[in-house]
Design a protein around this ligand. Structure first.
Ligand SMILES: Nc1ncnc2c1ncn2[C@@H]1O[C@H](COP(=O)(O)OP(=O)(O)O)[C@@H](O)[C@H]1O
Ligand SMILES: [Mg+2]
Length: 218
């Protein structure tokens, strides 16, 4: 089973947005998908509630519930982490995943918070031993404003202990398409292609990294 965790201690960085869109992507591709929501506000599960009948199925799971398990036969599990994850919860969530994606939005506060969070998780044994592969994604980029160079430079230059580079795998733009799709229980793959063509292009490197060997433990 392929397991992908979306985590960043900072709220509002796009964890749920990435999680639901990844779930939608793999469901459309025909995989058995489970979406595990670890946020007590259950935003990802609310999204799922709105999902129209007849759409490729995604099984929602309350991650905080004791004994929560993904159904037998699940091929892809997406784990949507809550905000303010630190310490034991981080270790616990990382232990459930092969891959961890860290979305970062371009603001000074978010960059500082991301730097601290990346420092915290890259010191952990599971990350150091490459039992879980971590990558960053810039989210809510405004292509017309120069602000995005800063985040790209920051993520591009982020190193793991030992000097290896932290893979920086995609830049997603700020787009109303995410909320338009989410309001209807859909991912951006499921709304008018003419509207989302550019967003889908921006997702392509993330999807491609996730299917590469480098995104999972050996
Ligand atoms: N790329 C994006 N473009 C536009 N809005 C976005 C984007 N990513 C996230 N958002 C919006 O930002 C808000 C916070 O995103 P969310 O995914 O809930 O963050 P988190 O789960 O990290 O708290 C939501 O309203 C979401 O629709
Ligand atoms: Mg969330």
């Amino acid at each position: 089973m392929r397991s992908i965790l979306v985590m960043n201690a900072k709220g509002g960085s796009g964890k749920t947005t990435l999680s639901i869109n990844l779930a939608s992507y793999y469901a459309i591709e025909g995989y058995e998908v489970a979406l595990v929501d670890y946020d007590p506000q259950y935003c990802a599960l609310d999204w799922l509630e709105n999902r129209p009948e007849g759409r490729p199925k995604i099984t929602g799971i309350e991650g905080l519930q004791k004994g929560a398990r993904v159904p037998r036969g699940t091929e892809i599990v997406i784990l949507d982490a809550p905000a303010a994850t630190h310490g034991r919860q981080v270790t616990e969530l990382l232990s459930r995943a092969q891959t961890c994606i860290i979305p970062v939005i371009p603001s000074a506060i978010d960059l500082n918070a991301a730097a601290r969070f990346i420092d915290e998780i890259t010191e952990l044994g599971r990350v150091l031993n490459r039992k879980v592969r971590v990558a960053s994604v810039a989210n809510r980029i405004r292509e017309n404003s120069p602000g995005h160079f800063e985040i790209e430079e920051f993520l591009e230059s982020t190193k793991l202990p030992g000097g290896r580079k932290l893979p920086f795998v995609a830049c997603l733009r700020n787009s109303i398409n995410y909320s338009h799709a989410a309001d209807r229980g859909l991912g951006i793959w499921e709304i008018a292609p003419s509207k989302v063509a550019h967003d889908l292009e921006m997702w392509a490197p993330l999807i491609s990294w996730l299917s590469s060997r480098g995104s999972r433990p050996a």
